[in-house]
Design a protein around this ligand. Structure first.
Ligand code: VGL
Ligand code: ZN
Length: 210
């Protein structure tokens, strides 16, 4: 399925940050492999947006904020099940910085998310309560974009949640699978792929993008 980006398409590069790459605090296996794909994709699109996971110290998604709990265990938060993570992407830290080889000076917006101390935010559109907006929906609508194309980290969390919300908000959604890598904790990757299929998210390879 060949795909030619148009004026109303926006490439959204999700959380390509040091902490999600090998050597980081919450490393995604082979996470840095998405960087060259992202750099190439960014030159195919007329519009590029970046997201940046951006937590205050002591964030409630950190296992360290829950005595007796270890990373990758889950708790029931008011807004649903929360996976507890190692401390990561702390505001202003090197781990929260974009990967040094990410070369996308043409990006038009950086959306920071996860900055509210008590709630996690995987999606670029809403916090994990599914209701509190980041503002991205309004931005994309104001700019006249109709289709969101995603790559980045991690496939089964921030990429999948963002793509599902894009559909929910009335945008077309495409995930460039070779431009993503997954955390895959406790079956999260197959579950996310099922949800993407059910949500009519298009999944393709970067070679399909002209
Ligand atoms: C992410 C877990 C915690 C992601 C962010 O970017 O997928 N995953 N924070
Ligand atoms: Zn996070």
């Amino acid at each position: 399925m060949p795909f030619a980006p148009t004026e109303t398409d926006v490439l959204i590069l999700v959380d390509i940050q040091n902490d999600f790459c090998p050597g980081g605090a919450l490393p995604v296996a082979d996470g840095d492999a998405v960087v060259p794909v992202a750099n190439r994709l960014a030159r195919r699109f007329q519009h590029v947006v970046l997201t940046q996971d951006w937590h205050p110290p002591g964030h409630r998604s950190f296992a360290s904020a829950h005595p007796g709990f270890a990373p990758f265990q889950t708790i029931e938060a008011a807004y649903g099940t929360q996976v507890l993570w190692p401390d990561h992407c702390v505001q202003g830290s090197n781990g929260a910085a974009f990967h040094p080889d990410l070369d996308v000076p043409m990006a038009e917006l950086v959306v920071r998310k996860g900055f509210r101390p008590g709630i996690d935010s995987y999606s670029a559109f809403f916090e994990n309560d599914g209701r509190t907006p980041t503002g991205l929906t309004g931005y994309l609508r104001d700019r006249g974009f109709t289709r969101c194309v995603f790559a980045g980290l991690a496939t089964d969390f921030c990429v999948a949640w963002s793509a599902e919300d894009a559909v929910r908000m009335g945008f077309g959604a495409v995930v460039v699978m070779d431009g993503c890598r997954a955390i895959d904790t406790d079956g999260s990757l197959p579950a996310a792929l099922d949800r993407l299929l059910a949500a009519d998210v298009t999944m393709l390879d970067s070679t399909a993008i002209a």
